[in-house]
Write a protein that binds this ligand. Sequence first.
Ligand code: DX5
Ligand code: ZN
Length: 218
Amino acid sequence: MKLIAPSILSADFARLGDEVMAVEAAGADWIHVDVMDGRYVPNITIGPLVVKAVRSVTSLPVDAHLMIMEPERYVAEFVQAGADLVAVHAEASVHLNRTIQLIKGLGARAGVALNPSTPLSVLDWVLDDLDLVVIMSVNPGFGGQQFIPNSLDKVRALKQRITERGLATQIQVDGGVNEKTIRDVSAAGTDVFVAGSAVFGSSNYKTTIATLRKLANE
Ligand code: DX5
Ligand code: ZN
């Protein structure tokens, strides 16, 4: 099944609860929360407090994308705040296997995100343990950037590895997903589509999510 995960990074933060409820009512499948620390990426966003607030207004799975250094230090707080899935960057966690086991041990689903320049080979010895791989199709830090086309090759190669190993690991693509790019992103093998500006920048969330879903299923 193809899933649409609006990123609240592009929501109106002064009305965050309403925005989350609006995308849920509009048919969103997951709520994607972009956590940035100003060190791993050149932007600062939100932390566990906001995840907790989001959790309190939605019954959808909350997907926390940690763009922070040493994410293992904060994983427990995000799970306690209500994140169902925690994704850490492979580049930011020295003991990636341990961090994945930590997330799963806390009862959450575990994801690993890869920057556009990071090879898939960093996943060779952890892929079997992962619920989700996040392929970054922009350099993380900001919403509204342009999709990097060679991400499609990466998704195709990852899909092949997942299929070869007979895994249920889902592929998420994050960055520059919109009505123009989603068809190709889907055809490459993506299961979960993060869409920030494409959803929150639109005037009708319901129509936009329905269109994205339709294009992803073509
Ligand atoms: C980038 C974030 C993305 C971003 C996507 O650092 O991880 O989730 O919000 O935004 P759009 O969909 O606008 O490219
Ligand atoms: Zn993200």
